[in-house]
Design a protein around this ligand. Structure first.
Ligand code: GDP
Ligand code: ZN
Length: 357
């Protein structure tokens, strides 16, 4: 059953220590502060975070929809406790609304990101780039979807322009109105894989979600569950099985995720790579020809995907450049403040002189 939700051999291996501890695996299909809804081989369970995880969540953020977790055996009433979160393959991250320090994962273990934009006059290449950057940063595979092809005079030439901009990722054209190109989307999702749709409001994401779900409205994917206190709670599914295999994740905030800073959360997403680099013999290893380089070793041994490594390097350079720019701006502010203080000091001195004379 959890195979449908993407449970794999790699996850089974990662889960072994938890299995030995007597825990069972599950995937969060609705994330809520109080209790997550988790799908397991024994059906859906309400699961609260263990005390330790709740404590950690204050800094590292809460587990999110799409996360694989280790649960203690159910207490018989459909409730369980989350004891651990398995390492994420991919993640969309944003700053928590209530804190500048806390990063919140808003969707985990996504395989395919449909970056949706419409082919009518609203098409904005810069905005598309930001959504694409967010998609790349998540670690998932981006696929550009151009909607409303029926409203476009020359869809092919526009698609070709976009393809140049979206270097390397597939570009699909669809018209929900004419029912064209929808099958092409499904071809990009294998059974057990999870997709999300991101893009500006009004480009046709809900329409596509409904089409993928076979006209079942996302909004009616309502579930009633009983929480630990016996109350009935209602929420909307965030991780849903698609009729054609695969899953769609539609969690609050995910759709327009690309509009926030794309330099956030690099360490969260590339945690494994950063940890690997800690094992290099030299602490200032450049990961090229140095002896004892753990990154090279992992690349040669097939343990680190070269594309993922290249992408990590590219994004690290971007983040570095952005940080230098920020520092430069901060120094500039400092200089201006100092100059203003000196001006104030000089004029005060002048005032004092005027007073005393
Ligand atoms: P969202 O905000 O991205 O979820 O966009 P919606 O799915 O709500 O769509 C916004 C508007 O675009 C709605 O009025 C849809 O009917 C319309 N729309 C969606 N897909 C198409 C399409 O393929 N062709 C045309 N002409 N209109 C579409
Ligand atoms: Zn190294």
């Amino acid at each position: 059953m959890i195979e449908q939700y993407g449970w794999s051999n790699a996850l089974r291996v990662a889960f072994e220590p938890h299995a030995r501890a007597g825990y069972v695996p599950g995937r969060i299909i609705v994330q809520q502060r109080e209790a997550n809804l988790v799908v397991t081989d024994a059906g859906n369970l309400r699961a609260r975070l263990s005390g330790r995880l709740r404590h950690e969540a204050q800094e590292g953020g809460h587990p999110a929809a799409g996360d694989w977790v280790a649960l203690s055996a159910t207490t018989g009433e459909g409730t369980a406790t989350v004891h651990a979160v398995l390492p994420r393959r991919t993640a969309f991250v944003r700053r928590a609304a209530d804190s500048v320090q806390t990063l919140q994962v808003i969707a985990a273990n996504v395989d395919v990101v449909f970056v949706v934009t419409s082919m009518n006059a609203d098409l904005n290449p810069r905005r598309l780039e930001r959504f694409l950057a967010a998609a790349w940063q998540s670690g998932a595979r981006p696929v550009v979807v151009l909607t409303k092809a029926d409203l476009c005079e020359q869809p092919e030439s526009q698609a070709a322009d976009i393809a140049r901009l979206a270097a390397g990722c597939p570009v699909l054209m669809v018209s929900a109105r004419q029912g064209l190109g929808l099958g092409g989307l499904m071809d990009h999702i294998s059974p057990g894989e999870t997709c999300v749709l991101i893009g500006s409001s009004g480009v046709g994401k809900s329409t596509l979600v409904n089409a993928l779900l076979g006209e079942e409205r996302m909004a009616t994917q309502e579930i009633r569950a009983t929480d630990a206190r016996g109350r009935h709670t209602t929420s909307y599914r965030q991780l849903v099985l698609l009729p054609g295999g695969g899953l769609i994740l539609d969690t609050p905030g995910i759709r327009e995720v690309g509009l926030i800073d794309v330099d956030e959360g690099l360490s969260t997403v590339f945690d494994d790579v950063e940890r690997l680099a800690l094992n290099c013999r030299f602490s200032d290893c450049g990961h090229s020809t140095e002896p004892g380089c753990a990154v090279r070793g992992a690349l040669d041994g097939g343990l680190l995907d070269p594309d993922r490594w290249a992408h990590f390097q590219k994004l690290s350079r971007e983040v570095e450049a952005a940080e230098l720019a920020k520092e430069g701006a901060a120094q500039e502010v400092g200089r201006r403040r100092l100059a203003a203080k000196q001006r104030a000091y000089r004029s005060t001195k002048k005032d004092l002189r005027n007073l005393s004379s």
